[in-house]
Design a protein around this ligand. Structure first.
Ligand code: T46
Length: 135
């Protein structure tokens, strides 16, 4: 499956580093919501759902975690461990986030407001939604 990674420009000088994220510029959609997760319980797997319409960019500005992506046919795995990298997660992709380092902050820029009706939280339903079949 196609994975779209983004490389953000690092504005580094002797004071440190700074990364800028701007909607419709280096973030390829209007950003309606930003959220982040931290203090993740060791061994925990988050996510386990897909979105019907939502697009997101995931970035780990601190620490690292692994993202599993599944389009219903293929699976891919991305380790987010660089504050200058982002991962685009389109709609209709099952995602799981795990192997968080203790200091990990996973930040997400989302194309829309929180809407529980946009979630598919059942894997069989997801397969039916994307493939029109049950596994
Ligand atoms: C996603 C992955 C990467 C809200 O009230 N508003 C929000 O905007 C969000 C994101 C969550 N919540 C509430 C709903 C739950 O009671 O926060 C609680 C935890 O949410 P959830 O279990 O959906 O968290 P994750 O880490 O499994 O998934 C989240 C996003 O929900 C999801 O859109 O793609 O991160």
């Amino acid at each position: 499956m196609n994975i779209t990674m983004m490389q953000f420009q690092k504005h580094g000088d002797d004071r440190g580093a700074l990364v800028v994220l701007e909607e419709n510029k280096n973030i390829p959609f209007e950003v309606k919501r930003v959220y982040y997760m931290y203090d993740t319980t060791p061994g925990e797997i988050r996510g386990k759902h897909a979105h019907k319409k939502l697009k997101q960019v995931l970035c780990c500005p601190c620490g690292a975690c692994t993202i599993k992506l599944d389009d219903g046919k293929e699976k891919a795995y991305v380790r987010l461990d660089d504050p200058t990298e982002g991962l685009i997660v389109e709609a209709n992709i099952w995602r799981e986030m795990y192997d968080f380092t203790p200091n990990a902050v996973l930040m997400v820029l989302a194309s829309d407001y929180y809407d529980e009706s946009d979630y598919i939280r059942n894997y069989e339903e997801f397969l039916e939604h994307v493939n029109g079949e049950k596994s």
